[in-house]
Design a protein around this ligand. Structure first.
Ligand code: SF4
Length: 363
C-alpha cells in the first residue's frame, strides 16, 4: 500500500502546492517530501526539475521516465499548471496571442512576438488592471484580480511548450501593472532566473511600469540585471494625470527620480515607452519637455503609434506624424529614439484587447 500523501505537514499543510510559484528551497523541500514518502532515490530530484522547469508537459502523467506511483503521487500533491489554455490567435505577421483561463474564472493573455533575431514573450501580471490608463484596453476592462507567481511563470513555460519556440526575451508588459503585484512579480523573477529552476537570463527580462518610485528602486536592488521600462507617455503632469491616473499619486518628478536612481544603481539604461496619441502628446512643446526631463537619465525612447480599440478616445497616428515627432525628439532629447512597429493588429494585438473583445462578446 502506498504511504499517505504529505497533506498535513510542512509546505503541504494548505493542500496541493502550485509548484511553479515555489522558490528553489521550497521546491526542494516539497519534492524531497514526496520522494521520501515513496522511498525514491535522490537522482529523481534532478529528473523532476528537468521535467517541471525545462520541459513542462501538460500533466505529471506524461513525465515518462518517472515510475507510475511517483507520477500519481505528484498529481495528488502538486498543481503543475494553474492556468488552462483557452485559445490562440495567430496574426498575419506571425504574432501569437494566447488566452488562458484562471482556475477562479476569468481570462488573461500572453503574446509571442517573433522577429528575425529574437522571440519575445509578453506576459501579464494581473487579471485586468486597476490603473485605468485611457489609451489601454486592459484598463478599460477593469480589474479582476492579482495573478499568483505560479500563473506568471506558467505563461512562459506553457507558451514555450505549446509553441515549441522558446523565448529570447521576456517582457512584463501584458495585462496589469507589475509593481502593483510586487511580491508575486518578485517571486516569478526568482523562479524564471534561478539556474536550478527555469534558468532564463535576467538581463533578457524587462519589467515595465507606469511608475511606483520605491518599488522601482527595490526592483533595481533585488534584480539589478533585469531591465526597467517606464510607460512614460506624457512629460507634463497635467496631461499625464489625465491619461495615467496613478500619476496623481506619484507625479513625474518622483517617478523620474526613481528612474534615475535605478539607472545609477544598475548601470542600465531605462527604456521610456511613449505611445503617440495624435494631437494629444505629440506637439513640439511635448518634445521639448521630454528633452528637458530625460536629458540627464541614461535612457532610450521607444515610440509606439497608438493602436485603436473599440471606444478608444484616440486615433492611430500616421507614419508621417510619427517620423516628424521622432525628428523633434532627436533634436530635443539627444538620446536614441526608435519607432516600435505595432504587432498583431489583426488579432487585437495591443495589451488587453483580446480579453476585452471576449468580455464584450459575452455581454
Ligand atoms: Fe494597466 Fe498598463 Fe494598461 Fe495602464 S497601460 S491600464 S498600467 S495595463
Amino acid at each position: 500500500m502506498m504511504p499517505p500523501a504529505p497533506k498535513d505537514v510542512g509546505l503541504f499543510s494548505e493542500g496541493p502546492l502550485e509548484i511553479l510559484g515555489l522558490s528553489q528551497e521550497q521546491f526542494s523541500e516539497a519534492a524531497q517530501e514526496v520522494l521520501s514518502a515513496l522511498g525514491e532515490p535522490h537522482y529523481r530530484m534532478h529528473q523532476l526539475r528537468d521535467w517541471i522547469y525545462k520541459r513542462t508537459p501538460d500533466r505529471f502523467e506524461l513525465m515518462s521516465d518517472l515510475p507510475r506511483p511517483l507520477r500519481e503521487r505528484l498529481q495528488e500533491s502538486l498543481i503543475l499548471h494553474p492556468l488552462d489554455f483557452e485559445l490562440e490567435k495567430i496574426s498575419r505577421d506571425k504574432t501569437r496571442k494566447s488566452l488562458w483561463r484562471r482556475k477562479e474564472g476569468g481570462t488573461i493573455e500572453s503574446v509571442l512576438i517573433p522577429e528575425p533575431s529574437r522571440t519575445t514573450y509578453c506576459i501579464s501580471t494581473q487579471a485586468g488592471c486597476p490603473v485605468k490608463c485611457t489609451f489601454c484596453a486592459t484598463g478599460v476592462g477593469g480589474f479582476l484580480g492579482q495573478l499568483r507567481a505560479s500563473e506568471i511563470v506558467d505563461q512562459v513555460v506553457s507558451m514555450r511548450q505549446r509553441t515549441g519556440t522558446p523565448p529570447t526575451n521576456i517582457v512584463y508588459m501584458g495585462m496589469g501593472e507589475p509593481l502593483l503585484n510586487f511580491e508575486a512579480v518578485l517571486r516569478s523573477l526568482e523562479v524564471l532566473t534561478d539556474p536550478n529552476q527555469v534558468g532564463f537570463g535576467a538581463r533578457r527580462i524587462t519589467v515595465s511600469t507606469v511608475g511606483i518610485p520605491e518599488r522601482m528602486r527595490r526592483l533595481g536592488d533585488l534584480f539589478p540585471q533585469v531591465k526597467l521600462a517606464l510607460s512614460f507617455h506624457a512629460a507634463r503632469d497635467e496631461l499625464r494625470d489625465q491619461i495615467i491616473p496613478l500619476n496623481r499619486k506619484y507625479p513625474l518628478k518622483e517617478v523620474l527620480a526613481a528612474a534615475r536612481d535605478h539607472a545609477r544603481a544598475t548601470g542600465k539604461r531605462v527604456t521610456f515607452e511613449y505611445i503617440v496619441l495624435p494631437g494629444v502628446n505629440d506637439t513640439q512643446r511635448d518634445s521639448r519637455e521630454i528633452g528637458r526631463r530625460l536629458r540627464d537619465i541614461p535612457s532610450r525612447i521607444n515610440l509606439i503609434g497608438f493602436n485603436p480599440f473599440r471606444g478608444a478616445p484616440y486615433e492611430k497616428p500616421s507614419v508621417q506624424r510619427l517620423l516628424v515627432f521622432r525628428n523633434w525628439l532627436e533634436r530635443d532629447y539627444g538620446g536614441t529614439v526608435t519607432i516600435r512597429r505595432s504587432r498583431g493588429e489583426d488579432i487585437d494585438g495591443a495589451c488587453g484587447q483580446l480579453s476585452l473583445r471576449r468580455l464584450e462578446a459575452r455581454g
